[in-house]
Structures are given as structure tokens and as C-alpha cells.
Design a protein around this ligand. Structure first.
Ligand SMILES: [Zn+2]
Length: 127
């Protein structure tokens, strides 16, 4: 799992020319611009990603919680991008763990703390 995600992040770093520094807010918006991902601020506590259905097409949308600040916000951004780049479709615990790993490796930190159950969720259209 690590190797696959590291390969994806490495390709993103190369494309953006970031070197090995942690990826941050500006990188997130650059990636979304390049890949035509629509980013919307939402009032919900949980960020999510909506992927276009195979039949309907359309753009991928990431809903970003306004309540998430600082590192948590950045982690949620890259968690959702993890779902995007790993081609997730099932919302399984394995995919959530993979998205968390993606965010951890991309941002250089984890929001996983005891008692802090702030776990971003995503919603997918069936495809
Ligand atoms: Zn998720």
C-alpha cells in the first residue's frame, strides 16, 4: 500500500516541482486546478468528494468543511485527493485507511489522535 501511494505522491511532486517538502494548501488548489476538480466550501463538519457517475460524466467535486482549520483542514484536503488519485469507489475501511495514509505522506503529519474522531467521509455516486 505504501509503495503505490508513494509512487502517486512522487508523480504529483514531480509534476508540481515541489521537491520533498510537505504539500500544503496552495498545492491542493494547484492540483485541483490542473485536474479540473471543483472545490466548494461547505458548512458540514466533514469534508467529502463526489465523483462523477460513469453514465453522467461531469466534474469531480470536493466539499471542504469550513469548520476544519489549519492542519486538520490540510489533512482533509489531501485525504479527499487520496480518494481521487487512488481511484476509490467503495467507501470501504481499507480505502479510508489508504486515503489517510495518502494525506499523512503528502502533508507530513497525521490528524489521527486519541479522542479526536474527526474522520473525513466521502460520498460517491455509483459507477
Ligand atoms: Zn475518506
Amino acid at each position: 500500500m505504501h509503495e503505490r501511494i508513494n509512487a502517486i505522491i512522487s508523480a504529483i511532486r514531480t509534476h508540481l516541482g515541489t521537491g520533498d517538502r510537505p504539500l500544503g494548501l496552495e498545492d491542493f488548489y494547484r492540483i485541483c486546478q490542473i485536474d479540473n476538480i471543483i472545490v466548494e466550501e461547505i458548512s458540514s463538519a466533514r469534508s467529502f468528494i463526489l465523483k462523477p457517475s460513469a453514465a453522467g460524466g461531469g466534474a469531480t467535486v470536493i466539499g471542504l468543511s469550513r469548520q476544519a482549520k489549519g492542519r486538520d483542514r490540510c489533512f482533509q484536503m489531501f485525504h479527499e485527493l487520496g480518494h481521487y488519485f487512488c481511484d476509490h469507489a467503495r467507501c470501504s475501511p481499507e480505502e479510508e485507511a489508504e486515503a489517510d495514509l495518502f494525506a499523512t505522506l503528502a502533508t507530513g503529519h497525521s490528524i489521527a489522535k486519541p479522542g479526536l474522531a474527526q474522520k473525513p467521509v466521502k460520498i460517491f455516486f455509483a459507477n
